[in-house]
Design a protein around this ligand. Structure first.
Ligand code: AKG
Ligand code: FE2
Length: 98
């Protein structure tokens, strides 16, 4: 589980990536769950975008909105342009993909 803080004054963003990696835990990630912990009207930028099919889509910015996706889906957080955003990310683990 992870709480992230993105702030406009500190260039908050997270470039395109997948959540599956080489690490002991990252290699076992199956599903990613992101919960919006900030009201979407209280900041600008900071959109979570998913690119499952070559057409990036932004997810809901509503406070409490939960987004679940396969951990191999490329995603990013666009640069913050005003104020700040909190999010919570949790991963569901399982046997490594083969
Ligand atoms: O904060 C978000 O919306 C996404 C976070 C994320 O992609 C990650 O921590 O891997
Ligand atoms: Fe991620």
């Amino acid at each position: 589980m992870q709480i992230a803080w993105y702030d406009a004054d500190h260039g908050g963003h997270f470039d395109w990536h997948v959540d599956i990696g080489d690490g002991q835990f990252a290699i076992r990630r199956k599903l990613t769950l992101v919960v919006q912990l900030s009201d979407g009207d209280s900041y600008a930028g900071g959109d979570l975008e998913l690119n499952a099919d070559g057409r990036p889509k932004s997810v809901s910015r509503k406070l409490g909105a939960a987004t679940l996706f396969p951990s191999f889906t490329p995603h990013r957080v666009t640069p913050m342009t005003r104020s700040s955003r909190y999010s919570m990310t949790a991963w569901v683990h399982g046997p490594a993909f083969r």
